[in-house]
Design a protein around this ligand. Structure first.
Ligand SMILES: Cc1cc2nc3c(=O)[nH]c(=O)nc-3n(C[C@H](O)[C@H](O)[C@H](O)COP(=O)(O)O)c2cc1C
Ligand code: SF4
Length: 527
């Protein structure tokens, strides 16, 4: 029997040289006379160990990492010499993958299959409980109608993982209750937030989960057409998704008469062109209609007048990918994870200046401190951490005093912070927080869609005012002006782009004023 060797093919592993490693494994095993079956799986999200090579043994999969091409001959030699008893026989030996503490301590519901299965294989997906949720959804349609599916999602307590945390079941109910000839399911795969990669990882490691979630959403509200709006910066996800969609059609999971049920759902991928604002749902819909990505005023909500003016569910990748497990195991099962009104699990992405970057899926309630220091191992530079930004470029910078706040939408809101898409970006003491405040305004200036004045003009003025503060020009008055400007942007902007830019800026004023004012007081950066 050939030995099964797993080498990931997601973007991160590829960037770390996984293709080269795979080629070398193939060549070296042939040279050594080892019969090997190389499987290109997705990443498990332990990015600091990529390329993570796994060897299937009777005990389970054994991990080695990070593996470089020059490590391969030694690895093959060890395999030849010791069979599957490697313990301590190779410097990159990590033991059973499932027992690596970073992975073992996670609570994986949405990412349960990531890195385990071959993302191109529908058989592998089925063998790991794939399409169990769809089976249950089809049964619910027969017994309770679409309302049965919507009720299960409502009961799970799932809130949108794209940023606004709106209850998914309620959004679905609105679309179900709105009569129309045609309805749509749109998956928001624009993933523009800094430090976020959960959507990409899911699409590259387990694309059928997203497809299954979208089919279930279609059944729940009576929509037979779905679109995945994918950012063009994700070519590998594009390739894998399109292949998976093709396979799903061939196997009767997409198209007419899904698995003989009489139900119908079509799905295609549409590529964006690189504008952050196209992640905002109404701007995304404009773009999907072939127009410039300008924000639409709400109401009407997309659930009532969405794509081409028809009722549309717009949900994030992770929201939709959480639906299959909710249907398969029941809303109660999912709801039992989490705290307060934040139910289920949150896939947190650890990035920035961090030693062990990667994806950690846990029930809501874990602290930022544990994530960054226990899982992440602290900063990559080894210097003390100074600030942690959560929730993308429009999220607040949290000072040390707030790192013990539990990950929970309401607990974060109480700190004038947001969880957003779960992106965690760590900064060490070398960061200049005045520059970070300026960056927030400049980001808004560049990415603003331009439709409303507080954001379009406010962000330009914001950069100017921060520059004045930094260069010690009427510092006190300009700080007051900056606060006023933040009020105007927060209260007067049409969408959260302008409305949230004050979050990072204000967090710097409140918690890191030493950096903003250092030129006048002579203070050095707070270490
Ligand atoms: C400026 C801006 C950018 C956004 N970018 C994204 C994004 O990249 N991906 C995403 O899922 N949601 C993004 N959102 C949130 C969407 O507008 C919307 O709330 C989300 O797609 C709804 O799906 P959910 O309920 O499943 O979270 C963004 C919002 C704003 C204001
Ligand atoms: S806040 Fe900015 S991005 Fe949003 S509508 Fe106004 S100009 Fe456009």
């Amino acid at each position: 029997m050939p030995v099964k060797i797993y080498i990931p093919c997601d973007t991160t592993a590829l960037a770390m040289g996984a293709d080269e490693v795979a080629k070398t494994v193939e060549f070296q095993s042939r040279e050594a006379g080892l019969s090997a079956d190389i499987i290109r799986n997705g990443s498990r999200g332990l990015f600091y160990l990529e390329p993570l090579v796994e060897v299937a043994t009777a005990r389970g999969r054994i991990a080695f990492g990070p593996v470089e091409p020059e490590d391969v001959p030694g690895l093959i030699e060890t395999l030849m010499e010791h069979g599957d008893v490697f313990e301590g026989k190779h410097p990159l030996y990590l033991g059973l993958t499932e027992e690596i503490p970073y992975l073992a301590r996670q609570q994986r519901l949405t990412f349960a299959r990531a890195g385990i299965i071959d993302p191109f294989s529908i058989a592998d997906y089925q063998a790991h409980d794939g399409f169990e949720g769809l089976k249950r959804a089809l049964a619910l349609i027969d017994s309770a109608g679409p309302q049965g599916i919507v009720d299960e999602v409502k009961n799970s307590g799932l809130r949108g993982r794209g940023g606004a945390a709106f209850p998914t079941g309620i959004k679905w109910q609105t679309v179900l209750d709105t009569p129309a000839e045609q309805k749509y399911i749109v998956c928001n795969a624009d993933e523009g937030d800094s430090g976020t990669f959960a959507d990409r990882l899911l699409m590259e490691a387990d694309p059928f989960t997203l497809i299954e979630g979208m089919i279930i959403a279609g059944l729940a509200v009576g929509a037979n057409q779905g679109y995945i709006y994918l950012r063009s910066e994700y070519p590998q996800a594009d390739k894998i998704l399109n292949q998976a969609i093709k396979t799903a059609y061939a196997q009767g999971y997409l198209g007419k008469n899904i698995q003989g049920s009489g139900q119908h759902f079509d799905l295609e991928v549409r590529l964006g062109a690189g504008a952050y604002i196209c992640g905002e749902e109404t701007s995304l819909l404009e773009s999907l209609e072939g127009k410039r990505g300008l924000v639409r005023a709400k109401p009407p909500l997309p659930a009532i007048e969405g794509l081409f003016g028809l009722p549309t569910i717009v949900n994030n990748v992770i929201s939709l990918a959480s639906v299959p497990v909710i249907l398969a195991k029941g809303g109660d099962y999912y709801r039992d994870y989490g705290m307060g009104r934040s139910r289920g699990t949150l896939p947190v992405q650890l990035a920035g200046n961090i030693k062990q970057g990667g994806l950690v899926e846990l029930a809501f309630g874990e602290t930022l401190h544990n994530l960054v220091f226990d899982f992440g191992g602290g900063t990559f530079s080894g210097k003390p951490a100074k600030a942690i930004q959560v929730g993308g470029p429009l999220g607040a910078y949290l000072p040390q005093a707030q790192w013990h706040t539990p990950l929970d939408y309401e607990a974060f809101a109480a700190n004038n912070a947001v969880l957003g898409h779960g992106g965690v970006v760590v900064f060490d003491t070398s960061v200049d927080m005045a520059k970070q405040a300026r960056f927030a305004m400049e980001f808004c200036k560049i990415e603003s869609c331009g439709k409303c004045t507080p954001c379009r003009i406010g962000s330009v003025r914001g950069v100017e005012v921060i520059d004045k503060i930094i260069s010690h020009d009427n510092q006190e008055q300009n700080l007051e002006l900056l606060n006023d400007l933040c009020d105007t942007m927060e209260l007067g902007s049409l969408c959260a782009m302008g409305g949230m830019t004050p979050y990072p800026v204000r967090s710097v004023i409140e918690h890191f004023s030493g950096d903003l004012l250092k030129t006048v007081t002579g203070n050095e950066q707070q270490e």
